[in-house]
Design a protein around this ligand. Structure first.
Ligand code: PXP
Length: 247
């Protein structure tokens, strides 16, 4: 029997909409509460250097006013490490960050990550924070993550989600499957996320060694039409359908 598949709901884009007007509505904290009631297992939020969506006060409130575990997405910088140490989220997912990008464009280069990445992983882990590294489905990056002592990797599903359904997407799914199997073989817990939607989630959920999905943009967009609660519940149902295939 495969392990339960957890869902982390990324609420960054609730803050994107709020920040478009500079006021308080809609509040990410309220979205987190709805996500909890709809069956999310965790809340994910990316505090970017430029604070374009989630801000410092959001992290403070999400950490202290929501019962679900917080997964803080962050760049491996001294500023973000200090913030993580101050708030001690359940988990920290280290992502590459470029100021000019619209969203996280690719995985971390763990192989070339050098002393800064190694120091960040160790500092966070020593503080009891579960560290994950956001990487492409590349066995060399997985091996490097293992060598660095990170207990978890999150596979970037963008390449899989961004191609049309058909042979190209099937090839990307195969890459994810192989990477998830390799992660398990070398003792890493495997998560996945980025770009997942109703039509792409089932096949990823069917990969038995993936333990957690982090999904944001699609859910917040869908919430405009159906409400956040309904969007999350449908996503969970599709995850369950996919997961049932690997029993
Ligand atoms: N996982 C990581 C590491 C991310 O950076 C993001 C985007 O912030 C996600 C998951 C969620 O991606 P999306 O918003 O496309 O669902």
């Amino acid at each position: 029997m495969s392990e339960k598949l957890r869902l982390g709901v990324n609420i960054d884009h609730v803050a994107t909409i709020r920040n478009a007007r500079g006021g308080r509505h809609p509040e990410p904290l309220r979205a987190a509460g709805i996500a909890a009631a709809a069956g999310a297992d965790g809340i994910t939020a990316h505090l970017r250097e430029d604070r374009r969506h989630i801000g410092d006060a959001d992290i403070e409130r999400l950490r202290h006013e929501i019962a679900l575990p917080l997964n803080l997405e962050m760049a491996a910088t001294a500023e973000m490490t200090a913030i993580a140490l101050r708030h001690r989220p359940h988990a920290a997912c280290i992502v590459p960050e470029k100021r000019s990008e619209v969203t996280t464009e690719g995985g971390l280069d763990v192989i070339g990550g050098g002393a800064t990445l190694a120091r960040t992983v160790k500092t966070l882990a020593d503080a009891g924070i579960r560290v994950s590294l956001f990487i492409e489905a590349d066995p060399r990056q997985l091996d490097a993550a293992r060598a660095l002592g990170a207990p978890v990797v999150e596979l970037h599903t963008g390449c899989y989600c961004d191609v049309e359904a058909g042979p190209a997407r099937a090839r990307q799914l195969e890459r994810l499957r192989a990477a998830a199997a390799h992660a398990a073989a070398i003792g890493l817990e495997c998560h996945a996320g980025h770009g997942l939607a109703f039509d792409t989630v089932e096949d990823v959920a069917a990969i038995a060694t993936i333990r957690e999905l982090n999904i944001g943009h699609f859910l917040i967009g869908e919430a405009i039409f159906t409400g956040l609660d309904a969007a999350i519940r449908r996503m969970r149902a599709l995850m369950a359908t996919g997961r049932a295939r690997c029993r």
